[in-house]
Design a protein around this ligand. Structure first.
Ligand code: S3P
Length: 190
């Protein structure tokens, strides 16, 4: 089923919160986030891109040179600054940002988290392509990647809104996310 795009978007009580998109590597957080931000007329921030720019090194370089701890520290710190900044924006997390219990707690308090949820079966065919750019997957077999996926997914019920990502491309997925967001916003506002 396709969704019609509404003209006016009123997020009611959620209007003052930044919208944060989480989910496993490769689910489309950045491309969906960019579209969502355009529809909501908000700024869009990609957390990975900001970390790379601040640290002056690519994600694979940081991970392959043992600097994942610095990456994680910078990730949590930039995330806080973005969420507290005004006006509220749309922020795409990296797949591991929600592993940080402090960040989860902080986001619950100050932002609105959408979990872009994709089943392991749907992600599976993309694993080889993802391995080329995602250092966490490069050294992991498919079975080991599943071991990363499962506990991470369990963190998300602590978030606010799960959206099952449909097949059929970014435009369709973005409409689905917007629809879920507006439905939720209307429910808590009325
Ligand atoms: C990571 C996901 C990546 C990036 C880094 C670590 C993770 O972001 O932050 O490679 O721990 O899952 P994407 O989810 O955008 O690929």
């Amino acid at each position: 089923m396709s969704r019609a795009e509404p003209e006016q978007i009123d997020l009611g009580a959620l209007g003052s919160r930044s919208i944060v998109l989480g989910g496993f590597l490769g689910v489309g957080k950045t491309s969906i986030g960019r579209r969502l931000a355009r529809r909501l007329r908000r700024s869009f921030f990609d957390l990975d891109a900001l970390i790379v720019s601040r640290l002056g090194a690519s994600v694979p370089d940081l991970f392959n040179s043992g600097r994942e701890p610095l990456f994680r520290e910078t990730e949590a710190s930039i995330l806080r600054d973005l969420v507290l900044a005004s006006p509220p924006s749309v922020i795409a997390l990296g797949g591991g940002a929600y592993d940080n219990a402090g960040s989860r707690e902080f986001l619950r308090e100050h932002a609105f988290v959408i979990h872009l949820d994709q089943s392991w079966q749907a992600l599976y065919p993309a694993l080889n392509r993802l391995r080329e750019s995602r250092p966490l997957l490069t050294a992991r077999s498919n079975a080991e990647s599943a071991e990363l996926y499962t506990p991470r997914r369990e963190n998300y019920p602590l978030g606010y809104l799960p959206v099952a990502i449909p097949r059929g491309g970014v435009a369709r997925a973005s409409r689905e996310v917007l629809h879920a967001l507006m439905t939720y916003a209307a429910k808590i506002t009325n």
